[in-house]
Design a protein around this ligand. Structure first.
Ligand SMILES: Cc1cc2nc3c(=O)[nH]c(=O)nc-3n(C[C@H](O)[C@H](O)[C@H](O)COP(=O)(O)O)c2cc1C
Length: 219
């Protein structure tokens, strides 16, 4: 079976967590003789090929990061340009990953994604959800590889089934909500995390503190 994977991430491929997750998923998917092609919407030069691939193929997977509880703007723009299919038989699945650990963060976006395939004349083939992916590209090669490794197993699963079953997805996506103990630990390590996040922000070119309030004095 041939799968068209379209990355809806805005971050360019070499720095995108979605890209690394796709690579692991694809490896598992292709293990048993299946094939896949990947298009990155962060590169506008790939949009036409991605559109053609969508039109000509029947198995589509959109992989995307959660951006402010929903889908990235560039992916929305791309979807708006697609012509709904008139011949039935195309299935669209989604791989949705985010920074917060709780799967519940992604449920609103999942509900939205469920509505999209029908609008494009296609059938819905499920949404794979995973949180806690913020550090994939920031934690170094070895840790990043360990974080995305479980997606290879899901690639194998998708190759066998052709859809993401809701129950299977929920166990992969766990925790739905963090436990009280996890929240207490989170709070305990809050100051250390703040320091860590400030360091990452600096590395990414941020010149202000993360808790800066530039408009605070105007109130
Ligand atoms: C503008 C922006 C908004 C984000 N909003 C959310 C969010 O609402 N919930 C969440 O869990 N993660 C959020 N994240 C974290 C990303 O989903 C996460 O880091 C993801 O792995 C980034 O993938 P990428 O490197 O392919 O862009 C956000 C990140 C950015 C840059």
């Amino acid at each position: 079976m041939h799968l068209v994977i379209i990355s809806g991430a805005a971050r360019p491929q070499p720095r995108s967590n979605t890209a690394r997750i796709i690579a692991a998923f694809r490896q598992g998917y292709e293990e048993k003789g299946n094939s896949a092609e990947v298009w990155y919407l962060s590169d506008r030069r790939q949009w036409q090929d991605a559109k053609t691939a969508f039109e000509k193929n029947e198995q589509i997977l959109f992989a995307l990061p959660l951006y402010v509880e929903n889908i990235p703007g560039i992916m929305l723009e791309f979807l708006e340009q697609l012509q709904p299919k008139t011949i039935p038989g195309t299935h669209i699945a989604f791989l949705l990953q985010g920074g917060f650990p709780e799967a519940s963060q992604s449920r609103c976006c999942e509900e939205y994604l469920e509505t999209l395939p029908a609008q494009l004349g296609c059938e819905y083939a499920g949404t794979l959800i995973k949180g806690d992916m913020f550090g994939v590209s920031l934690m170094g090669e070895k840790t990043g590889a360990k974080m995305v490794a479980p997606f290879a197993e899901m690639g194998r699963y998708f190759a066998e089934n052709g859809y993401f079953d809701k129950e299977k997805v929920s166990s992969f996506a766990a925790p739905e909500y963090m436990s009280d103990k996890q929240i207490r630990n989170f709070r305990r390590f809050g100051p250390v995390q703040k320091l860590f996040m400030n360091r990452i922000a600096k590395k990414l070119g941020c010149k202000e503190r993360l808790d800066a309030k530039p408009y605070g004095t105007a109130l």
